[in-house]
Unconditional design. Structure first.
Length: 107
């Protein structure tokens, strides 16, 4: 298990909580995304490169549970406004490009 919980300081909107459950994601998954993901203007995105870096780090830490879970989280995006998680979704290639380009409201 990771030592810091990145999602501890965040609030969840009702919408985000609903989407988290609908998409089969757990609160611990958000910790992985927020810890290892690429921060963009709208929130945080777990890119292919971020997954590779996370796998390397988790392997060194010996965290098998998170190591198995991180592949499932590829391209999951957490949209954050202020200190509130607004929504969570899996981004397709087009959305990934738009988010990385910094286009606000790309989701």
């Amino acid at each position: 298990m990771l030592t810091s919980h990145a999602s501890d300081q965040l609030l969840f909107s009702c919408h985000a909580d609903r989407r988290l459950h609908q998409r089969g994601l757990r609160p611990h998954d958000l910790d992985l995304i927020l810890t290892f993901g690429e921060w963009v203007a709208d929130g945080c995105l777990l890119t292919e490169k971020a997954v590779s870096n996370a796998r390397r780090t988790l392997r060194q830490l010996g965290n098998r549970d998170a190591l198995q879970r991180v592949d499932h989280l590829r391209n999951v995006t957490v949209i954050v406004q202020g200190n509130t998680v607004v929504t969570v979704y899996r981004a397709d290639a087009r959305r990934v490009r738009r988010l990385r380009a910094g286009r606000i409201g790309a989701a």
